[in-house]
Design a protein around this ligand. Structure first.
Ligand SMILES: [Zn+2]
Ligand SMILES: [Zn+2]
Length: 136
């Protein structure tokens, strides 16, 4: 295949990945599109979306897919925990050591080859927590 599409995909993919790895805000596909457009003004939302989905399938990026809310993406694929605000939907990294022994125990109990695990803590972020206290 000598079409120019694979080359273009590679460049787009590189830009998307660099942008995603430069932030810790766990952007949605729409937010990624806004960022990537600064480098590649002609890119479409669909292309950004497809690349993000593909990279998450390949394990290059992490997809944070929680029921009811928009998918978010994370350039950090190492085991780490997240905090999610139930009000505004923001996702932050929780700077806490991943609990040791979870994966080994899960492997023993299930027979799975365990690669990683995740934990999401849900509540109100500091900004939403403040608003909540004021209105009550
Ligand atoms: Zn919030
Ligand atoms: Zn994260």
């Amino acid at each position: 295949m000598l079409s120019d599409t694979p080359m273009r995909m590679t460049k787009q993919r590189k830009v998307i990945l660099e942008r995603l790895r430069s932030v810790t805000s766990h952007p949605t596909a729409d937010e990624m599109y806004e960022m990537v457009r600064q480098d590649l003004p002609k890119i479409s939302l669909g292309t950004v979306y497809r690349n993000l989905e593909l990279m998450s399938e390949e394990g290059v990026v992490l997809k944070i897919d929680v029921g009811g809310s928009k998918k978010r993406f994370d350039g950090n694929t190492s085991t780490h925990y997240h905090l999610r605000c139930l009000n505004c939907g923001r996702v932050d990294d929780l700077h806490m050591e991943p609990v040791k022994g979870v994966e080994a125990e899960a492997a023993i109990l299930s027979g799975y080859q365990v690669m990683t695990h995740s934990l999401e803590v849900r509540g109100l972020c500091p900004a939403c927590g403040k608003k909540n206290t004021k209105s009550n």
